[in-house]
Ligand binder design. Structure first.
Ligand code: BG6
Length: 492
């Protein structure tokens, strides 16, 4: 019963709802996770009939759902949806919404639990929360929770301002800040790989690990998001949140308990231990920024970033970032974490590669050409774990062959694993905030990236490198590792 709830969805006709939220709700429904009493009030500024709204949802499922629409599921699912037109700045619309929700709760015997999802432009987060309060929507017998999408602020200062405002209305434990990477199967699996395997955890430190690489590459350009992206860039769009979150999952200490606060306490300690880069010289040495030029990708010519729609002709926004991150604590001192992310790269992949140190003495391949052991955690496109190690090439003497031990969800477990948003929505209904970012995480992450952004903005000293669409970023990204005797692994 504690899961019975009304989901008040701002941005119901928007892109996120269409691509992710409706399909996620549908999967949860088909898998039996949606509570028996559960209603969705979709809000949008357009005037839509219920029928229009149903069509909109059906289109979304047809295009993006991992389940087919079966008539028997569809009926039960769609009757939970209600569309209400709302002008975000109009107080009287919120009052009307409040009475609509109350009536709906009475009719459907929902005990007042309310989930507010802000799938709207970030500039609206603050006014909407205040309007909700003013209109009395937060005075409810049940629980109230707020789901907020990224970006959470544009800098540390603006994030703090936003947080100060929102926490006047919702308590920290009622706020669920989405970082959808934390909802991904294999990112959640990092904890299990680390803490349920006695042969990994003892090696998980600077005694045995030489370096860790984290890549999140995309083939798409900025698509139709030029006006957003050009103000943001890859550092804010991907590094401040997803990439640093992956680093914390890899580097955290075992938590005291497997509970949200204990886990997030450990992640915060990692963020505190990350070495801050303050001077221009440090930043130039450790961070590479790049922007794509016209090039060829998967056999097709694509335009350069500056030719994209809604992007300034002389834009200096980065579409690629590579960085060397040092975690200054006992476990990780001396182990570089190399991250890279970018648009218009040769393939779409998200993976983490742990490179182990070489053997203290080489019996084989004395020329030093013995491949290091690698543990690869593949998050996308496959979900899997691969262990690369050396064995004797059968039928030869002393010939060494790197081989791979592979575990792949798609082929091994045979299930189509749920998408990030499915897990995250279910977690919110259950009141579990483990895989959402707490304010102190967001704040520390901004403190790490802010000086880099500022330094880029003010200095001519730090070049914006370019790369041709379809290449793995600028050559400086290669050099970043080569300086330390490493290279980016292309294991697939
Ligand atoms: C989003 C960014 O947070 O993550 C996008 O705003 C990016 O620019 C996306 O494309 C990548 O997510 P995924 O799950 O496709 O790796």
């Amino acid at each position: 019963e504690d899961k019975y709830a009304t989901l008040v969805l701002f941005g119901a006709t928007g892109d996120l709802a269409k691509r992710k939220l409706f399909p996620a709700l549908y999967s949860l429904y088909c898998d039996g996770y949606l509570p028996e009493r559960f209603a969705v009030v979709g809000l949008g500024r357009r005037s839509l009939t219920q029928e229009d709204f149903y069509h909109h949802i059906k289109d979304s499922l047809e295009a993006f759902s991992r389940y087919d629409i079966r008539p028997e599921d569809w009926e039960g699912f769609i009757q939970r949806f209600h569309y209400v037109q709302l002008d975000i700045n109009q107080a009287s619309d919120y009052e009307a919404l409040a009475s609509y929700v109350e009536k709906l709760e009475q009719r459907q015997e929902i005990n007042g639990n309310r989930l507010f999802y802000l799938a709207i432009a970030p500039g609206l987060f603050e006014p909407v929360t205040f309007q909700l309060k003013e209109a009395g929507l937060l005075q409810t017998k049940g629980w109230k929770r707020l789901i907020i999408e990224k970006p959470f602020g544009h800098s540390h200062e603006s994030a703090e301002e936003l947080n100060d405002k929102i926490t006047q209305v919702f308590k920290e434990e009622e706020i669920y800040r989405i970082d959808h990477y934390l909802g991904k199967e294999m990112i959640q699996n990092i904890q299990v790989i680390r803490f349920a395997n006695s042969f990994f955890e003892p090696l998980w430190n600077n005694q045995y690990i030489a370096s860790i690489q984290l890549t999140s590459s995309e083939t798409v350009g900025v698509e139709n998001r030029g006006s957003y992206y050009d103000k943001v860039g890859a550092l804010r769009d991907m590094v401040q949140n997803h990439m640093l979150q992956m680093v914390t999952m890899m580097a955290m200490e075992p938590p005291s308990r497997l509970k949200a606060e204990a886990i997030r306490d450990e992640k915060v300690k990692v963020l505190r231990s990350i070495r801050r880069m303050e001077t221009e010289q440090e930043i130039q040495e450790h961070v590479v920024r790049g922007q794509y030029e016209a090039g060829e990708l998967q056999g097709e010519g694509v335009k350069g970033y500056r030719e994209e729609q809604n992007v300034a002709e002389d834009s200096s926004t980065e579409t690629f970032v590579a960085a060397k991150i040092m975690v200054d604590n006992f476990r990780w001192a001396g182990v570089p974490f190399y991250i890279r992310t970018g648009k218009r790269l040769p393939s779409k992949a998200t993976e983490i590669i742990i490179q182990f140190k070489s053997m203290p003495y080489l019996y084989f391949n004395k020329d030093g050409n013995l491949a290091p052991n690698l543990l690869v955690i593949q998050i996308f496109p496959e979900e899997g774990i691969h262990l690369k190690f050396n064995a004797k090439k059968p039928g030869t003497e002393g010939s060494i062959l790197p081989i791979s031990m592979d575990f792949c969800h798609d082929s091994t477990v045979g299930i189509n694993s749920p998408e990030a948003y499915e897990r995250l929505l279910n977690d919110v209904l259950e009141g579990d905030s483990t895989y959402f970012t707490r304010w102190d995480e967001v704040s520390l992450a901004w403190k790490i990236v802010d000086p880099i952004i500022q330094s880029w903005e003010k200095s001519e000293g730090i070049p914006l490198s370019t790369y041709k669409a379809g290449q793995w970023g600028p050559t400086e990204a290669k050099e970043l590792l080569e300086k330390d005797g490493f290279h980016w692994w292309q294991v697939f």
